[in-house]
Write a protein that binds this ligand. Structure first.
Ligand code: GRF
Length: 202
């Protein structure tokens, strides 16, 4: 399966997806890394790894117009799936509809808890015993959509938002490639079938 990765920043999850794809038995390949931030450090790594990149600043652009352009780059790369790896932009309804059941996002919380930002701080403030991460299908609502897989991460006594976030990232780097691999193999199927199977947990 051909996967396009969308990033806005560092791209550690992108790196995890890329390196998992180098395994002989990985069922997906990364055919494009695209970004709304031309300075995203992840673009440099993708470039060095000979993955085609596309970047353009969204500033001053209408959301739908920008998404049409990034969407065209994804179509040109003939990707069949989209992985959001720290892509910090809302997507237009048209884009979301185009990639329904074929676009996954990684989020640093045990969804449905803590959608949005500062998830680890919020888990600490709430006195939770665990934080974690989730991979979910992308729908029009932010950090919504069916959860495909989660990893729980224990919170320790001395944890700060930074130490916890770092540990959650380790979990993310394991979970995202594995879940993407399972999704493209088990549900590499026509759209009508995908909408049937997503009624059930992965
Ligand atoms: C990750 O924590 C991810 O869950 C969130 O954005 C962050 C991206 O980090 N959606 P990185 O760029 O992959 O390092």
């Amino acid at each position: 399966a051909r996967v396009a990765i969308l990033i806005s920043g560092t791209g550690t999850n992108m790196a995890a997806l890329l390196y998992a794809a180098k395994a002989d038995d990985c069922p997906y390949e990364v055919v494009l890394v695209a970004s709304n931030n031309p300075d995203a450090p992840g673009l440099r790594l993708a470039d060095a790894e000979n993955i085609p990149t596309w970047a353009k600043s969204h500033k001053g652009m209408d959301r739908a117009a920008f998404d049409t352009e990034i969407g065209a780059a994804i179509e040109d790369a003939q990707a069949g799936y989209v992985a959001l790896a720290g892509y910090m932009r809302l997507l237009s309804p048209e884009f979301v509809a185009r990639w329904q059941h074929r676009m996954l996002n990684i989020h640093p919380s045990l969804l449905p808890k803590y959608k949005g930002l500062d998830t680890c701080q919020r888990a600490l403030d709430a006195g939770d015993s665990h934080a974690g991460c989730s991979v979910h299908l992308v729908t029009a609502e932010v950090d919504d959509g069916e959860v495909l897989a989660q990893t729980k991460v224990a919170i320790t006594d001395g944890d700060t938002a930074e130490t916890l976030a770092r540990r959650v990232q380790f979990a993310e780097h394991q979970l995202f490639p594995r879940t993407l691999a399972r999704w493209v193999t088990r549900y590499h199927a026509p759209d009508w079938l995908l909408s049937e199977v997503t009624k059930y947990a992965l």
